[in-house]
Design a protein around this ligand. Structure first.
Ligand SMILES: Nc1ncnc2c1ncn2[C@@H]1O[C@H](COP(=O)(O)OP(=O)(O)OP(=O)(O)O)[C@@H](O)[C@H]1O
Length: 312
């Protein structure tokens, strides 16, 4: 059974088309990264899945249930970290957690939940006094209540420092190992790359790609950069001339005994053969993979969508 299935989902807000005919399947047990620039329609998709917003057209199921007819059943089995969720300033962390435990009919221990997200010391303080990152951790703990079958996390690393972002990734993996499907949206590519099995790229309300991180890279990385180091630097000019003669090669630069060659991914062997045929011995070669940033830019045609990655 698919954990999430969208079939031709379209959403109009007046004249604005926020989603256009989105078909998407997220398999059970997957960690799915929903990637897209600001305004692409990620939150609208999530709101439709949770029946907070009605689709103009199309249909969808979550955990096998129709999103309209069975929204209560869906929410009972789903943990959600909404974008920009406001905590109740006057309630403590414990009261927030107790509220969710009771409303879900679960039996989680609030102290254990707070411990998992790293706010155990602050559990009896009012959430209004929490830092932004602590509030985000509290909301994450609320999403974990009741061992949900599906976690929907909308931009979960917002407001988190590198340690918080790392914790988020660890929790996503732990929850997935427990058996939960994880669907999380982000415009921070590194977060998605670090933890996801599958990525969907949404742009202007259309799903423009869905693949594994590796598959996306291969599909979008038309150009590969090869660094070929020769055994003898004296042969560089000949080797360079030989490589330049290959149709699939778009650029060659030389530095000492190393040639840097930009070429189509499938021309790697031709490059190495040309170097050897020019009378040179290859001492070493490396291939530079396209980063997911480059993949994302190749798909969306946008260069600077990302915030600096919080490396952890
Ligand atoms: N309630 C609404 N009324 C009118 N327009 C809306 C509404 N909600 C969203 N939109 C518009 O729909 C489009 C998609 O917005 P959405 O919030 O789903 O994007 P997003 O990918 O989640 O972006 P972000 O990363 O900035 O949160 C945007 O153009 C947005 O302005």
């Amino acid at each position: 059974m698919a954990a999430i299935e969208l079939d031709g989902v379209t959403k109009q807000f007046g004249n604005l088309t926020a989603l256009q005919g989105v078909d998407l399947t997220v398999e059970e047990g997957e960690i799915f990264g929903f990637l897209g620039p600001n305004g692409a329609g990620k939150s609208t998709t999530i709101n439709i899945l949770l029946d907070f917003v009605r689709a103009t057209d199309g249909s969808a199921t979550v955990l096998g249930h129709d999103i309209h007819d069975k929204s209560k059943a869906i929410r009972a089995r789903t943990g959600v970290l909404p974008e920009g969720y406001d905590v109740y300033d006057r309630l403590t962390g414990r009261q927030h957690l107790q509220f969710v435990v009771e409303s879900k009919g679960a039996d989680d221990d609030p102290d254990a939940l707070a411990e998992r997200v790293g706010i155990a010391d602050a559990i009896d303080r009012k959430a209004g006094g929490y830092s932004k990152g602590m509030q985000q951790r509290l909301v994450l703990a609320m999403a974990l209540v009741g061992e949900p079958d599906l976690l929907i996390l909308d931009e979960p690393t917002t407001g988190l420092d590198p340690n918080g972002a790392r914790l988020m990734r660890e929790l996503i993996r732990e929850e997935n190992e427990r058996g939960a499907t994880v669907f999380f949206s982000s415009h921070i590519l590194g977060q998605v790359e670090a933890v996801c099995d599958t990525v969907g790229i949404l742009q202007d309300g259309r799903l423009i790609a869905k693949d594994s991180v590796e598959g996306l890279r291969e599909a979008a990385a038309g150009d590969t950069v090869l660094r070929v180091t020769l055994a003898d630097a004296d042969g560089v000019a000949d080797a360079s001339a030989a490589v330049e003669g290959i149709d699939e090669v778009s650029a060659v630069t030389a530095d000492g005994a190393t040639l840097t060659v930009t070429c189509d991914g499938d021309a790697k062997m031709a490059v190495l053969n040309a170097v050897e045929e020019s009378g040179n011995e290859v001492a070493n070669f490396e291939t530079e993979e396209a980063s997911l940033d480059e993949v994302f830019a190749a798909y969306t045609g946008e260069q600077e969508q990302t915030q600096p990655e919080v490396d952890a």
